[in-house]
Design a protein around this ligand. Structure first.
Ligand SMILES: C[S@@+](CC[C@H](N)C(=O)[O-])C[C@H]1O[C@@H](n2cnc3c(N)ncnc32)[C@H](O)[C@@H]1O
Length: 419
């Protein structure tokens, strides 16, 4: 079991694999009994990575070999967060080191002193360990929202339940609730929060429901699609929003993505949900496609983003995002909204959304777009989810008020008459 954990974590820390992918692949050959504990350790280590890095930094003078780093992270995590006797953890990790031909003496020496780590006294270093978020990200969010909101954002307890919705193509809402045996924790404006056990029972009937966050559903409702609308989803994979939009009204929708392997995700999702009437097209949202000019009633730009709004469900965000990578993202976001706006017909709308809370990826992108495209005006929209109201009718969903993670939504309209 412990070697399986090591192999999965090695893929994450040495090869840069995404946690969910490494875990899914790694669990294939594992007994059902071991699956839970491996999942807990892998998610736990990645979630507490900032603390574990800090600890290793304090415990050893020179950065250890990556294999030793992974062994130490597992050991320190189990000692600090899993209530296991220290000696038992040290013994298992020493045996693991031996089996991997690493130095057991080194692992033994470091783990034996790991309880004695001195905690930081500097305010941001303390917060960084408490929230498991790098200092730059905390400072960036504080700059955008102030200390109070930042604190509320980070200390809000992690949602342990999963948000699902029924598939109206296969079952009515009433029948779905009966089928669930009313075993949901709470109903939301668009779906249900259910626990792990309910989800396990449902897994036999995956055509009847889908997992979709309340925030993702709110984005679709912000568009306000109506029968007969022509809709373009420029960053659509894996297809969550496209398929829900198709189910909200009888529309024609074109769903695009730049990555062929991600288009396949839309295709398999379409199949599962029995929503075959969705056109899936490989397209780079940055490059103008003249065929689509002025053709769509609504264009959705659900752009690639830092994901800082969904930290709770994505434990590996900071393995893939640095402060510098945000600039690359904002350049891409700028280009996507600018190019995609050309596909909106007069009187039509564009919705820009992200799952981040950084203003440079949200408000600043849309405000810059509005300044350069005065024929577009920000408009109000109705979502049934509580949010922070920002200027220009933009909204920021926040975990501590919205019952979902940190999504940003802006809606702009191509005005037919410009003053
Ligand atoms: C936030 S995800 C979209 C999630 C999707 N809307 C949903 O609800 O399931 C962003 C997507 O943009 C895609 N993407 C990144 N760069 C792109 C580009 N230049 N053109 C089109 N799609 C792009 C990524 O492959 C990714 O699938």
């Amino acid at each position: 079991m412990i070697k399986h954990c090591y192999q999965i974590l090695y893929k994450i820390f040495a090869d840069g694999a995404y946690v969910n992918i490494a875990l899914n692949n790694g669990l294939k050959s594992v007994s059902p009994n071991d699956k839970n504990i491996i999942t807990r350790i892998v998610y736990g280590v990645t979630e507490k990575n900032i603390f574990l890095e800090y600890a290793i930094d304090k415990l050893v003078k020179k950065r250890p070999h990556v294999s030793d780093t992974v062994i130490l992270k597992m050991g320190i995590y189990r000692i600090y967060f899993m209530n296991e006797p220290d000696y038992a953890v040290v013994n298992t990790m020493v045996e693991l080191a031996k089996s991997l031909k690493r130095s057991p003496a080194f692992i033994n020496a470091v783990l034996r002193k790991c309880r004695k780590i001195e905690m930081p006294s500097e305010e941001y270093e303390k917060k960084s360990l408490e929230y498991n978020v790098p200092i730059w990200a905390i400072k960036e969010i504080e700059k955008d929202f102030g200390q109070e909101i930042t604190e509320q954002f980070f200390i809000h307890p992690k949602e342990l339940l999963t948000h699902i919705r029924h598939n109206p193509k296969k079952i009515s809402q009433n029948d779905f609730e009966q089928y669930l045996n009313f075993e949901f924790d709470r109903k939301t404006p668009y779906g249900y929060y259910v626990c792990h056990n309910t989800l396990t029972k449902l897994k036999e009937h995956t055509h009847l429901y889908t997992v979709q966050s309340l925030g993702s559903m709110a984005v679709c409702n912000a568009i306000g699609v109506a029968k007969g609308n022509k809709v373009l989803d420029v960053c659509a994979a894996p297809g969550g929003k496209s398929i829900y939009l198709k189910q909200l009204a009888d529309i024609s929708i074109t769903s695009c993505d730049i990555h062929p392997h991600r288009l396949e995700l839309i295709n398999s999702y379409k199949k599962r949900m029995d929503e075959n009437d969705i056109k899936v097209v490989k397209n780079d949202a940055v490059v103008f496609n003249p065929k689509w000019e002025g053709q769509f009633d609504a264009v959705l730009c659900d752009v690639p983003c830092s994901g800082l709004g969904v930290l709770n469900s994505r434990t590996d965000i900071f393995q893939h995002r640095t402060k510098d990578s945000i600039k690359e993202l904002t350049d891409l976001q700028d280009k996507i909204i600018q190019t995609s706006s050309k596909y909106v017909k007069k009187g039509g709308c564009l919705v820009y959304s992200t799952c981040t809370i950084l203003k440079q990826e949200n408000e600043q992108i849309v405000n810059k777009f509005l300044a350069n495209n005065t024929h577009f005006k920000p408009i109000d929209f109705d979502i049934k989810v509580k949010s922070l109201k920002l200027n220009n009718n933009f909204v920021q969903l926040m975990p501590y008020i919205s019952d979902t993670e940190g999504f940003f939504i802006a809606k702009v309209k191509y005005e037919t008459t410009v003053n």
